[in-house]
Every structure is written in C-alpha cells, then in structure tokens.
Write a protein that binds this ligand. Structure first.
Ligand code: ATP
Length: 865
C-alpha cells in the first residue's frame, strides 16, 4: 500500500476555537424524531374495545334514563384514561431517557491532544479520528486513510463497503455522517455538522430504543382480542336470554355490557409494555440498557450465554509484566497505565539504549501503537486499545524514544487477522514493525533474534519460542509477539519478518464474575467463553473464574468440525479460543438448532451479524463499537459479565411478575363471570350492577394487580432452569388454578347473595359485591407464588402490595358507607353479621392455598413456578 501522506499534517482546533464554532454552527445533532405528543398518548387511552364498550354502556344508560349509572361509567372511563395516561407517560419518558443514554462519543484532536467528546460537540474544522466500527459523526474530508472501507448503505442503499482514499481526484475522499467504518483507520477534517450534513438533509434521527411490540404483548393482544369476542358473544347471549325469560330489559342490557367488560382484559398488552419499559428503566440503574423491550422479555429465558473474555470476564486493565527475548526475561515494576515504573533485567534497572534486543522490542511497542497516555492530576489516563496502552506504558518505563513523524503506512489490527504492521522511519532506517498473536506473527517470520544474534528460524527455535509462549499463557497472561524487518519501500508486506520476542501481560479476572458464573450455573444457564485470545491463556482465566471446561477448541479446529460433531461438543463444558467473529455465527446457529436461547456478547464491527442473530445480542457500553451497539438488544454500560447475569435475573423477575398479575386479573374476572352466569341460570335478580363490576375490575383489582407486578425477586429465581420460551403466560396448571379460584369466589359470592336476599336486594347485592372484592383481595396471596408459601416469601416482602390491599379494603368500606359512593354504586350499609359471613368465606382463600403450598414444599422441596 502506498502511503497517503498529506502535505500539511493538520493539527486540529484549539478548544477556544471549537467553543466559538459551536456557538456559530450549533450542536452536531439532527432534529430529533418528534417525541410522541402528550395529546396522542392521552387520546390513545380513549380508544380500544374496552372504552368503546364502556361508552356504549354509558350511552345505553343515558338513553334509558339511568343517569347515575351513565355518570358513574363516564367517570370510570375518565379515571381509567387518566391512570393509563400517567403510566404510559412515565414509560415514554423512561424510554426517552434510555435513548439519550446512547449518545455516542467521537475522538477528536483538540489542543494537540486526542480526546473523546460527545458527538454533539463536534464543529466544522475539527480533526476527527475514525476506527473500524465507528459511526462517522459528521461529514468530513479525509486527511489520512489506511485501508479505510466504509459502509454507506444508510445513505446509498449500496451494501458493499466503499474503499476510501485521500487523493483529491478520488470521489471517495470524504466520509459522511451516519455511515460506518468497516475496516481501517483514518483522520478527517469535519466539513459539515448536524442538519447541514448529507445525512441530516435526508433523515431525522430516530431513537432506536422503543420498539414496543414484544412477543408477550402480541400474545396478550391476541388473547385480549379472542376474549373480547367471547365477551361480546356472552354479553349479547346473556342480555338476550335475560330478556327472553322476561327480565327487565334495561337490567339485562346493562348486565350484558358489564359482562363483556368483566371478561375483556383489554388493558393487558399496554400494562405489559408499561411494566417492561419501567423495568428497563430500573435495569439501567444496574448498568444494563435494553435497546429493545423484547430483550427484557427474552432475557428471562436465556439458556446459554456466549461471552468473550477480554473486558467482559476480565478487567481489560492490562499491564505488561514481562518481555521475553531469547530466554532473557525483562520484568516491569508497577501496575496500570502509570509509566513511572522501571524495567528490570535480573533485578537491575535497564533502559532503552542499553542493548539492541531490548531496543528493537521497545521500538515495536511505541512504533506500532495508537494508544496515548495522558496525565490528569495524579492519574494517568489511557486513550485507545488497552493492549496497546499496556505496551506503551512498558516502553515508557524503559525511557524509549518516541519515533518522529507518523507511520508511513499500516495494516491495522483486526480480530480476524490478529496482528498489525506499520512502516516508519527509525533514525536513518525504514522499518516495518509488527505485533500480534504469537501464532499469527510466527507464521510470517523467517528469522529471529536468537542467543547469537539474528539467525534463521529453525523448527527447534520455533519450539523454544512456543515453550516460552505456553509458560506465559498457562499463567493466564495475554501474550503478544513482536517482530520487525528493514524495508526499502513503504508498502506493508507481512512476510520474511524477524521475530523479536514475546510480551506477557496480565488482565486480571473481574472479582465479581466468579459469583456471577456460579449463579448462572445454578440457574441452568451454560456459560461458554468464546475468545480471540490463545487457548492456554483462555483456559487459565477460565480456571481462575471456576468455569468448568472439558474441551478447548480453537477457531482452526472449529472449521474442521462438522455441524453434527459441533452440536455434540456443545453439550459439554467447552471453551473456544483463537476464534474470529465469523465463528460466533456458526456457534449461534448450532445452539439455536438445538433449541437453546442464546445470549451473545460482542464489541467489534464484525460481531454485528452475530449480535443480530443471537436471541439476545449484548454489546459493550464502553469498549463496544457503534456498530455493535446498534446491532445489540442489550448494552452493558460497564462491559461486565456480572451485569449480564443481573440483567437475566431481573428479566426472570419481571416475567414472573407479569405472569402473576395476568393470572391474578384473569382469576378475578373468572369469579365474576361464574357468579353472573350461574345466577342468571338460577333466575336471581342482578348479582352485580354494571358500575360495581367496573369498580372491581378497574379500581380494586387493577391497583392490586399493579402492585403484584412489583414483587421482589425470590431466592429461588436463579435456581430454576430457564423458562421454555414457547410456554406462554398461561400454562395448563395456571388455567386450572384460575378456574378453581373463579369457581370458588363466584359460588361463594352467589351463596352470600342468596342467603341475604331476605334482607332485601340492596343488602344482598352489597354483601355479594363486598364479598367478591374481599375474596379477590385475599386470593392475591396465592398468586404471589403457586409453589412457595407466603411465610417463606415473607408476608410483608412486597410492602406496596400490602398497602394496596389495605387501601382497596378501605375503598370498599367507603363504597359501602360513604354516601356519594353509595349513590354511585347503589350499595346499602352492612352490619357486623354480613362482614362475618364474608370473612368466613374469605379465610379459606388465604389458608387453603398456603396449607397446600406448605405441604408440597415440605414433601418434595421447592417446585418450579
Ligand atoms: P476477546 O475475544 O475475548 O475479547 P481478545 O481481545 O484477545 O479476546 P481479539 O481482540 O480478537 O480478542 O485479539 C486476538 C489476539 O490478537 C489477542 O489475543 C492478541 O494476541 C492480539 N491482539 C490484540 N490486540 C492487538 C493489537 N492492538 N495489536 C496486535 N495484536 C493484538
């Protein structure tokens, strides 16, 4: 490759100048996609089947002269709308906040320093740096381009990446905002920002968080629609039958309508979306950002996590510990990126210039490197790749001289090639400097710095190098090989190199990951490490993390393995090392074919397809490229595996809670339907008035269900195997339990109704109505868990639920004794004897399920939910 060397190397803006330009040109942002308006959210609350039914009921009541009923129903419509609005507004604002968290960064040179800034602060004239995986932050003219290829499909629709150069005659010497760097590196001067860019002219930025349709809400939407039809059918049938058997027409029409209202769980899909959105907002506090709500739902059913090692399982805080050159070992003192340590040879400090071997190694460390070290107060900051940062720090500890001028040409590092080369002047000599994974570097070496100076690399020499490599790797060190050669032209050819030595760097495992892996194991989730690092290093790290590994398979071996054999391999604890991003796709495909729900982590540009293919694509917040983040469902803001485990835990909790409140609400509806239907068959007068049904469904049950959705995680949540994603919210057991509760509460309130009929219809109805409300409140304890008794869960572990129960019982007392509500709900004041009877029927609703659960727990240990 010819060097694309600019005549006048641009140096970027000063921060004062940049601030001035920011004033003039405004922030580098596009007009945000219009936030959804308050009015639309409000209006949305008053559409849909439920509201139409209610409005129909209000109208019928009005026409029939039942003014109180129509006012009551009207109020319910408004109350329901306002509650829905508040919830949805909260969810919308939570999602908008999440969208803002994704505000990406860009690297610019300001005041001669490489810094990272918010992309919005870029101004025309800024010198920006671009790397593989970056999204181009503004329209810019290239000043340096090394193997730069850009995906411009967002602008042109053309999916093949476009090669770029800086030649003035080349039409491809600019880069556009919104496009993605596929490979290579570049520097460019910004020419247009914000809405003045090509992208800005044609597009408005749409926030990517907020695809709200999840499988679950779709499923529930379907269930809602089906039940809606059933409801209308039953409603009409009830009204017709009633009229035919000579009942009051008004009463029957109202009963039919309220029956329909009683059955339709119309609000469920919205409630699910809202809980998932609020859950997503809560999860951000735990450092996991769900980019799609679907992820929240899928997380709970993840059965395999494929994770990379560097930065996710480890700290990604590299420190070069040792340098090995022909058997001689140089050690560094100090950790982190503070270059004030020393290099020691046999305990004695040694510096650049003391011996040629060390000099050659240190030259590669600084000359084939893009990292920068900067001092901020007492702290040293590193900008760039941690591996390169560690090499630079080591070189600085040896007082290495910094090569003058930029590299003349380069083949950048990529995870697929696993090595990097630059060509530059070192003094009078034109030198190619190479570093990379030992396998990849040794592959292109023909000579080495042996004990007697430069010599041809024999098989025996290779063996001794490999032995040194293995001894580093077995200690869990990350190993980088260094090489060089003198060249006569600037074109980079990776061949006939002279091997210099091996660098061993520590990247300690993150302390919290060990427990997180253990938690995944007991939750039935397999954790598979897929790393670009070498097999021995990977295995040593796995051991430190207590990850079971029976087989280590390299990328090369993987390519030799057929699908069937791979499927078998994946059934045992296995680790994949020296892989390329493409290998991830194959592993996902094989795992998914086996019915697994796969979470896959990734950070590079080449990881994007795998992140899309995985059931849950997980990108890294700090280390990840824009492309990876774009493709992911979940972003770990701290890059930490332990965060992923917490997100799964949270996903499980949320799913269980949605399950709880859906089941609970349906059981309440079932009770009302049973009571109304049997009563109708018996020919009794109306057991519940329409307004009473609305009161139960929308006020007392609604609030209780919402609080049931806030159940804390249980200790057994991560000891159960992952949920089968095909099993919906309502399995057979749940259906039976819902029906059993419905049958009991329905018949019990019916019994109360008829046994107090001699005291008048108003009293009897109030007893049945209050009974039903209380029964529904009491059943909530069973729906907290079908398997774990409340004394195990803690009766007060969800204080908001208890508060809701107390408040709703208070509301029911008001309904019975407070004159305005008495008028609205047509209730009559009850006496002690009535409440005693209600209590008598209510107690078994708590006691029986608790006894059954207790007996089952003590007999066979805890069961699955
Ligand atoms: P993981 O896939 O778990 O994140 P990784 O960081 O080791 O692990 P890659 O980034 O694909 O994966 O790196 C693969 C190998 O390439 C490393 O093990 C190292 O030997 C070498 N390497 C890493 N960074 C550089 C670099 N900047 N220049 C040259 N070689 C590098």
């Amino acid at each position: 490759m010819r060097p694309d060397e600019p005549q006048n190397q641009p140096t970027g803006l000063t921060s004062a100048e940049a601030a001035k330009r920011l004033q003039k040109h405004g922030p580098n942002a596009l007009a945000e996609a219009k936030p959804i308006s308050v009015w639309r959210i409000l209006l949305r609350q008053f559409t849909g089947l439920l509201v139409l039914l209610l409005l129909g009921a209000a109208l019928v009541a009005l026409v029939l002269g039942e003014h109180v009923d129509s006012i009551a129903i009207g109020m319910v419509v408004i109350l329901n709308g306002v509650l829905g609005f508040v919830q949805e507004w909260r969810a919308e604002t939570a999602l908008a906040a999440l969208r803002n968290m994704l505000a990406p960064k860009a690297r610019v040179i300001r005041d001669q320093e490489l810094i990272e800034i918010d992309r919005r602060e870029i101004v025309p004239g800024d010198l920006i740096l671009l790397d593989a995986g970056d999204q181009v932050p503004a329209d810019a003219r290239l000043t340096t381009a090394l193997e730069l290829r850009v995906d411009e499909s967002v602008l042109t629709g053309e999916s093949a990446p476009v090669s770029k150069s800086i030649r003035p005659d080349d039409a491809n010497n600019t880069v556009m905002m919104g496009t993605h760097v596929v490979s290579g590196r570049a520097e460019a001067i910004v020419e247009a920002t914000g809405s003045k860019t090509a992208f800005g002219k044609i597009a408005t930025l749409t926030g990517s968080v907020g695809e709200k349709e999840t499988n679950l809400s779709r499923q529930l939407g379907k269930l809602g629609a089906q039940l809606g039809l059933v409801a209308i059918g039953i409603g009409v049938a009830v009204a017709l039958v009633g009229v035919l058997v000579g009942r009051d027409v008004i009463d029957m029409v109202m009963t039919g309508l309220s029956m329909a209202v009683a059955i339709v769980p119309e609000g469920l899909p919205a409630v699910v979306t809202i809980s998932l959105a609020l859950g997503a907002a809560a999860m951000v506090r735990q450092k996991a950002l769900a980019r799609r709500l679907q992820a929240m739902e899928t997380l709970g059913s993840a059965s395999v996590i494929c994770t990379d090692k560097t930065g996710t399982l480890t700290e990604n805080m590299m420190t070069t510990e040792t340098l090995w050159i022909t058997g001689r070992q140089y050690d560094a003192v100090g950790t982190g990126y503070d270059p004030t340590g020393r290099i020691l040879l046999e305990g004695q400090p040694i510096r650049y210039g003391a011996n040629a071997d060390l000099d050659a190694a240190l030259d590669v460390m600084v000359g084939c490197n893009h990292a920068k070290l900067r001092r901020e107060g007492a702290q040293w900051q590193m900008v760039g790749d941690p591996t390169e940062g560690a090499l630079l720090t080591f070189a600085y500890k040896g007082w290495t001289s910094i090569p003058a001028g930029p590299a003349l040409s380069e083949i950048p590092f990529s995870s697929a090639r696993k090595r990097m080369s630059t060509v530059r002047w070192l003094g009078e000599d034109l030198i190619q400097l190479v570093k990379g994974a030992p396998e990849q570097v040794l592959d292109v070496c023909t000579h080495w710095r042996g004990p007697n100076g430069t010599a041809v690399l024999t098989d025996a020499d290779r063996k001794s190098i490999e032995t040194a490599y293995a001894s580093f790797a077995e200690r869990g060190l990350r190993v980088i090989a260094l090489a060089r050669r003198e060249v006569s032209q600037t074109e980079v050819k990776e061949e006939s190199l002279e091997f210099i030595g091996l660098v061993g760097m520590v990247d300690p495992p993150r302390p919290e990951v060990r427990a997180a892996i253990q938690a995944c194991k007991s939750a039935g989730i397999d954790v598979i490490m897929i790393t670009g690092d070498g097999p021995l290093t990977a295995r040593a790290i796995a051991e430190k993390l207590n990850m079971p590994v029976e087989r280590t398979i390299t990328g090369a071996e993987l390519e030799q393995t057929d699908d069937e054999a791979l499927a078998q391999l994946l059934k045992q604890p296995v680790l994949f090392a020296r892989t390329s991003p493409e290998h991830k796709m194959r592993l996902i495909r094989t795992l998914q074919a086996d019915g697994q729900i796969v979470a896959m982590t990734g950070d590079g540009v080449n990881d994007a397809p795998a992140l899309k293919k995985a059931d849950i694509g997980v990108a890294m917040g700090t280390r990840g490229t824009d492309v990876a983040k774009d493709a992911a469902d979940l972003v770990l803001l701290d890059d930490n595996f332990a965060t992923l485990e917490r997100a799964i835990r949270e996903g499980r909790r949320q799913f269980a809670n949605i399950q709880r409140f859906v089941r609970y609400l349906l059981s309440s509806n079932a009770g009302e339907v049973v009571a109304i239907l049997i009563n109708l068959a018996l020919g009794g007068p109306l057991i519940f008035l329409p307004t009473q049904i609305l009161w139960m469904n929308l006020v007392t049950d609604g609030v209780t269900a919402l609080m049931l959705g806030l159940e804390p995680g249980t200790s057994d949540q991560m000891t159960q195997p992952p949920r089968n994603p095909k099993s919906g919210i309502l399995d057979r057991t749940a259906m039976w339990i819902i029906l059993a509760f419905g049958a009991y509460t329905g018949t019990a309130s019916l019994y109360l109704f008829h046994s107090f009929m001699h005291e008048g219809e108003a009293i009897a109805r109030t007893v049945a109505f209050s009974g039903m409300v209380l029964f529904e409140k009491m059943s909530v304890f069973a729906f907290r868990s079908f398997t774990r008794p409340c004394w195990k869960l803690g009766w007060f572990s969800n204080p908001l639920l208890i508060l809701a129960l107390v408040a709703m019982i208070g509301a029911q007392l008001a309904a019975v004794y407070w004159p305005p509500l008495q008028t609205l709900l047509r209730t009559a004041p009850l006496g002690w004897e009535h409440w005693q009877m209600i209590a008598l029927f209510a107690i078994p609703l708590v006691a029986v399920p608790e006894i059954i659960k207790t007996l089952r727990t003590t007999q066979d240990g805890p069961q699955a939910e």
